[in-house]
Design a protein around this ligand. Structure first.
Ligand code: SAH
Ligand code: SF4
Ligand code: F3S
Length: 525
């Protein structure tokens, strides 16, 4: 970052009054006694303005400001002393990483962490809006927390993450769950200290959701979940607007961090002993498109590959933005792993057209060919949606044949779920549920078969495993991932947790491998 950019990185933007949705005047007791319609009326008579998906679509032309001066006032650094927080995280790695940031902020406010809801003074639900069932889980949890709140009125319960960007969700919480103390959006995380203070001392529900994307704030504190694998955000938001997807509305426009800020973070993680870094973005290979200079994910990976860290991954890439420079850099290998998650969504060019994916079956296959030519051993995995509006049996069969043709080694598969505010939600969701389920079952059977076949190839081979800890099922067994993201279980001393070791595969299953430790003492790079 040059001097001028640093100068531009001015004060963290103060709250823009037109963007703040202040809460009404009622306190919890009065809210509890009101009927819902009366309550909604009350809310709309006040200055409360819900988040707005249409507004979220309007991208600002101006550049995003980058800030380096996040700070928490002395008083707020004391506010959590002797208190505890718990954050429940739903959704993708982006949300997991946001939770690490919120944990960092709360820790800097004096709070300690707990896993026990009964012990917590602050509970945050970091939510996901990607499909209806993700939202249902959160509403279920909100229901579970109500008795706790009634028992402990000082408990602060907050809802954040992607669901809080949705107007309908905020309205539903206002109407049905007025005991919630705080709702804040994905662009408001840096405002957490002030929001907690407001929730603590004011008696009203605090609602602050900026519909338009915020700036990039570089120096937010983080408490990372692990010491072996770390996430590094390289960009935020998504501009693709696939017709089924809520993410561009909940996460705002694409904003790239400056290369030097990312590189510095990766260096720090390397120095702290991290063994694997995953570069994160909703559309990670659109990295750099919004920068003022010519620089893309390939350039960034090339620089990061020189850092002494054994494994670098990235997720999630979009086929449309997978350029030759990225392939050329990945083909150099080294610490850049050749496992590529490349969501295809459908094998039918017509379905892809209405999904607005901006590629065809043929161009996807072309890309796969290019990747395989440059990286013959690359592992490809994908995401697939079944039951998109009007998807015919023939079109679904095209997804099945594409799955085989590419030879995906695994896939996340989903039944289409209409998301309010997206273009596809205006179309009739006309594939009957039993057809959707049948398609999903058939697809999953194929995914399992291909995964098991891919696993079989490892029989008798020696693989490098980054040992993450005890296996979930048996504390006597260690587990970790190979370079190609296969989970391996094997016996060994606990002292090798956090190291990369060689394991000989003795048995293969559909989703996991069993093995025997080959090298115990020396760490393998
Ligand atoms: N940014 C990534 C993935 C984002 S969400 C990408 O573009 O690939 C993860 C996956 O959820 C998507 O790949 C898609 O398969 C699925 N998904 C997104 N919206 C969905 C919806 N409305 N219904 C069902 N699945 C959906
Ligand atoms: Fe959603 Fe498409 Fe963006 Fe992925 S690329 S986050 S599926 S809009
Ligand atoms: Fe869900 Fe938001 Fe991630 S909708 S998948 S948590 S970006």
């Amino acid at each position: 970052m040059n001097e001028q950019q640093r100068k531009q990185a001015n004060q963290i933007k103060q709250v823009d009054p037109s963007d703040i949705k202040s809460a009404p005047e009622e306190n919890l007791e009065r809210l509890k006694n009101m009927d819902s319609d009366e309550m909604i009326d009350k809310y709309f008579q006040t200055t409360y303005e819900p988040p707005n998906l249409k507004k979220a679509k309007k991208r600002l032309k101006k550049d995003v400001d980058i800030h380096y001066d996040f700070s928490i006032s002395k008083e707020l650094q004391q506010i959590g002393k002797g208190k505890k927080f718990l954050i429940r995280t739903y959704g993708c790695q982006m949300n997991e990483h946001d939770t690490e940031i919120m944990a960092g902020i709360l820790s800097d406010m004096g709070y300690e962490t707990t896993d026990d809801t009964n012990e917590a003074d602050v509970i945050l639900l970091n939510t996901c809006a990607i499909r209806e069932n993700a939202e249902n889980k959160v509403f279920g949890e909100i229901g579970h927390l109500k008795p706790l709140k009634l028992e402990k009125p000082d408990l602060i319960i907050g809802v954040c993450g992607c669901m809080s960007q949705e107007e309908s969700v905020v309205n539903r919480i206002l109407k049905k769950h007025p005991f919630i103390d705080l709702i804040f959006g994905t662009h408001n995380i840096h405002r957490l200290p002030a929001l907690i203070e407001e929730a603590m001392f004011g008696k009203e529900m605090v609602v602050e959701v900026w519909s338009k994307e915020g700036d990039i704030i570089e120096n937010l504190p983080k408490v990372r979940k692990g010491k072996i694998k770390g996430w590094v955000n390289i960009m935020y938001g998504c501009d693709k607007f696939c017709t089924y997807c809520i993410v561009p509305y909940t996460r705002g426009k694409e904003r790239s961090r400056l290369p030097e800020d990312i590189i510095q973070e990766v260096r720090q993680l390397a120095a702290a002993g991290y063994k694997e870094i995953t570069l994160l973005g909703q559309n990670v290979n659109a990295y750099g498109k919004d920068l003022e200079f010519q620089y893309g994910l390939g350039d960034l990976m090339d620089e990061i590959s020189k850092i002494d860290i054994p494994r670098i991954r990235f997720t999630t890439s979009h086929p449309r933005d997978f350029d030759d420079r990225l392939i050329e850099v990945l083909a150099k290998g080294g610490n850049l792993l050749d496992h590529i998650h490349l969501p295809v969504q459908s094998g039918s060019s017509e379905v892809l057209r209405v999904m607005a994916r901006r590629y065809t079956r043929e161009s996807y296959l072309e890309l796969v060919k290019k990747i395989r030519t440059a990286m013959p051993n690359a592992t490809l995995t994908t995401d697939i949606i079944v039951g998109f509006p009007n998807e015919t049996d023939e079109q679904f069969e095209e997804t099945m044949t594409l799955m085989e043709e590419v030879g995906f080694e695994s896939a996340y598969t989903f039944i289409y779920s209409p998301r309010e505010g997206t273009p596809a939600a205006r179309w009739e969701d006309n594939i009957p549920m039993e057809v959707k389920k049948e398609r999903l079952q058939r697809l999953n059977a194929l995914v399992n078969k291909q995964s098991a076949e891919a696993m079989k190839k490892y029989q008798g081979q020696t693989v490098k495993v980054l040992v993450e800890g005890e296996s979930k099922k048996d504390p006597e067994v260690l587990s970790g991932y190979t370079e190609r993201n296969k989970l391996v279980n094997f016996r060994g001393p606990k002292s090798i947790i956090g190291e990369i070791v060689e394991v000989k595969i003795t048995n293969t299953k559909t989703w996991t491998l069993d093995g025997e430790l080959v090298h115990e003492a020396a760490e393998v790079k």
